[in-house]
Design a protein around this ligand. Sequence first.
Ligand SMILES: [Cu+2]
Length: 216
Amino acid sequence: MGFGIIAGIFLGLRSITELGYEPAVYQAQKTGPNSATLSISTFPDSHVCHADEGEPQIDWVTYCPSTNFEVPANSLITVIIKQYDTSSGLVNDYFQQVQGTVGGIELVNGKPMSQIAIDDVAHTFTIQSRPNEAHPLFVSVPLVGVPDNAPNAVTINGNPYPKPNVITFQFRTGPPGTYIWHCYVPCGSDRGAPFGFSGPMSTTGYMAGVLNVANY
Ligand SMILES: [Cu+2]
């Protein structure tokens, strides 16, 4: 029920251009006849992925290089997320669990984890189905934040960031279909409960998007 409401609101917002947009489709790279890898990042600002935006969007947290993903049908999908942001913590501890992945785990810098402490989560990658979906998909993975005092260690497009946490997990797709995904950490403007769901959390193209399962 809650997911259905969120899906409905999300699909409604997508049609209002002032509240975000759909970036170009970013396709998972095929690694075999029934496998593919989706390599993405999460950044504490938008200097890499929305470099042309002004204030306040340039300071918004964002997934990168897109939020509009396409993955092959009937395949094993390996997701690799380089997570550069600090944690702001979860409100809803349901999302501290790894759910819907192969083996019920994620690898955090190579270490298998089935849940993350709520205060250590920077973002979630949560794939959901629209109401009455014939082939429901639910995958939810909490992404561990880098330490608040982590020194900058890498430079991407001229922007300094700390060494990222590298999070990997796998899930299986069924027939073609359209799903949505969203972050559930209040990582938006005025981070921290009960705020944090505005700005990049309520604007498509930053902390929410579409996952298209397609034949390719
Ligand atoms: Cu987030």
